[in-house]
Design a protein around this ligand. Structure first.
Ligand SMILES: [Fe+2]
Length: 126
């Protein structure tokens, strides 16, 4: 399951970059909406898996990590709304901010790393 989280983190970053390129190149609104679907579904799936893992195994920073997920969900919704409004300048601004926040969130990999540590006999709690 931890390897799957790592893979999903990579997919989130790659799909955010693809969405950024689609918007930056001025592709059609329908294509941008299609490109928005990938990072959103990868992120939601990843959060669900992480939150299930945190609840099951008692991750000490669970509340803070979940709050960060909620804040990113809100930013994703704002981005989707901006895409639907077809305002490229605003979309790029929001996308830049969200991409950095998402990359920063998944780069920390605190849940995956903590879970790896849990699987090593005698490993200290994170
Ligand atoms: Fe997370």
């Amino acid at each position: 399951m931890t390897a799957a989280l790592d893979e999903e983190h990579g997919q989130i970053v790659a799909s955010m970059n693809a969405l950024y390129d689609a918007v930056d190149c001025g592709t059609s609104l329908s294509f941008q909406r299609l490109k928005m679907h990938a990072p959103e579904s990868f992120f939601r799936h990843n959060c669900l898996e992480e939150e299930t893992m945190m609840d099951r195994d008692g991750f000490i920073r669970s509340r803070f990590h979940k709050e960060e997920h909620r804040s990113l969900y809100i930013a994703l919704h704002a981005l989707e709304t901006a895409i639907l409004a077809d305002n490229q300048g605003n979309v790029l601004k929001l996308l830049d901010k969200l991409r950095d926040a998402l990359i920063s969130h998944v780069r920390i990999q605190e849940v995956a790393d903590w879970h790896r540590g849990c699987q090593v006999p005698g490993a200290a709690e994170y």
